[in-house]
Design a protein around this ligand. Structure first.
Ligand SMILES: *Cc1c(COP(=O)(O)O)cnc(C)c1O
Length: 381
């Protein structure tokens, strides 16, 4: 596909992605880096992003599900890889055979992975996840002695090798949050107890993007940034991407599908929640919630058209929405930029997040498969 196809598309700047990984590495010198590529690399495309992550020297790739890990193996990635979200009867054996590190948070999962390792006739690589306060996945402190002892026993018989102990932060994006210090202490305790049980994990890790950027005491052996690698700030409270030397990787744009003159008092889009205040020109943007544009941003989502910010006039529909150009001239085919780096005056994903009452993470991740990704700046060209 050419650089600027005449259809809506998401341009993915792979050079910016590699530069972001380099900037993140500077934040955690001497630590390994796990590039987090779950949810199709936050909407950026897991396979090409994985290639660039490795080109930028990422020692690890992290994904949520085993299916995501197997997709990357099928695409040829052979490096260290961790997945962490399992359900019973998951593809344990395939994942063991694919040489992916498997996260275990509970005894049922340890039982499944040890059974799969025996069937496969190989040693499974397992990382144990502690719940240090997030209250989501991970093993509670009360159950940790049983899990670590059972893991050590499986290790002694050669069924598994425990390669890591890790946990996940709850509020690292809120500077000074009172849960931060207790979580770090709980993690140190979980590691100490795992070591007392005889485990010798190769990596201990806790830091997501906000912790990588702002909490060096969470860096341990390895950091796991996701959103920051895509050039978005984990939260406006921490700063804007440029404060950390990060550049947004995704730019979402579309050619205008129609420009027309309408009289004053003309209702626009379903429900007529916008009515033209005077004679004006309306421009049609061929993207809607079927493409992942949040309908909650109706009446507020910003778009750069002909050098000016406009906002979605009325409802965002499944395939399209309208902006009021206030009488300015434009033509079908002119470029409308919904979000990008902001370097050329366009809105950012953070602006859309504000308009939709959500976070930048959701804005990029929800861009759907109908929108082609156009890759620029590949390390291979
Ligand atoms: C998503 C995720 C990350 C990355 O989080 P960001 O806030 O995007 O940096 C790291 N670790 C785990 C376990 C995750 O689920």
């Amino acid at each position: 596909m050419t650089d600027t196809p005449l259809r809506p598309h998401a341009r993915i700047d792979l050079a910016a992605y590699r530069d972001n990984l380099a900037a993140l590495r500077e934040r955690a010198p001497g630590r390994a880096l796990m590039a987090v590529l779950k949810a199709d690399a936050y909407g950026h495309g897991a396979v090409p992003i994985a290639r660039e992550a490795r080109a930028a020297g990422a020692e690890w790739i992290g994904v949520a599900t085993p299916y995501e890990a197997l997709q990357l193996r099928a695409a040829g990635d052979r490096g260290r890889m961790l997945c962490w979200l399992w359900t019973p009867d998951g593809p344990w054996r395939e994942t063991v055979e694919a040489d992916v590190d498997i996260t275990v948070s509970a005894m049922w999962a340890l039982d499944e992975v040890t059974a799969a390792a025996r069937q496969a006739g190989r040693t499974a690589r397992v990382q144990l996840k502690a719940d240090t306060g997030l209250g989501r996945n991970g093993c509670q402190p009360a159950d940790w002695p049983e899990l670590t002892a059972a893991a050590r026993a499986a290790e002694a018989e050669g069924t598994i090798q425990v390669t890591g102990v890790w946990s996940h932060m709850a509020c690292a994006d809120e500077p000074g949050h009172p849960s931060i210090e207790p979580q770090i202490a709980a993690f140190r305790d979980a590691v100490a107890r795992a070591e007392a049980a005889g485990l010798r994990p190769e990596v201990r890790h806790l830091a997501n993007s906000p912790a990588t950027l702002s909490l060096p005491e969470t860096h341990f052996d390895l950091v796991r940034p996701g959103i920051a690698s895509y050039g978005l700030s984990p939260s406006p409270e921490l700063g804007v991407p440029a404060d950390f030397g990060l550049r947004p990787v995704m730019t979402l744009s579309a050619p205008l599908a129609l420009v027309k003159h309408v009289p004053a008092g003309h209702g626009v889009s379903y429900g007529h929640h916008y009515v033209t205040p005077g004679d004006t020109t309306l421009a049609l943007i061929p993207l809607g919630y079927g493409d992942g544009i949040p309908r909650h941003a109706s009446g507020g989502g910003p778009v750069l058209v002909a050098g000016k910010w406009r906002t979605a006039a009325g409802r965002i529909a499944m395939d399209q929405f309208v902006v009021d150009l206030g009488g300015d001239a434009a033509s079908a085919g002119d470029e409308a930029v919904l979000f990008g780096s902001g370097d050329h005056g366009e809105p950012t994903a953070e602006d859309w997040a504000r308009a939709a009452g959500t976070i930048g993470y959701e804005i990029v991740t929800r861009i759907s498969a109908r929108v082609p990704r156009v890759y620029v700046g590949s390390s291979e060209t």
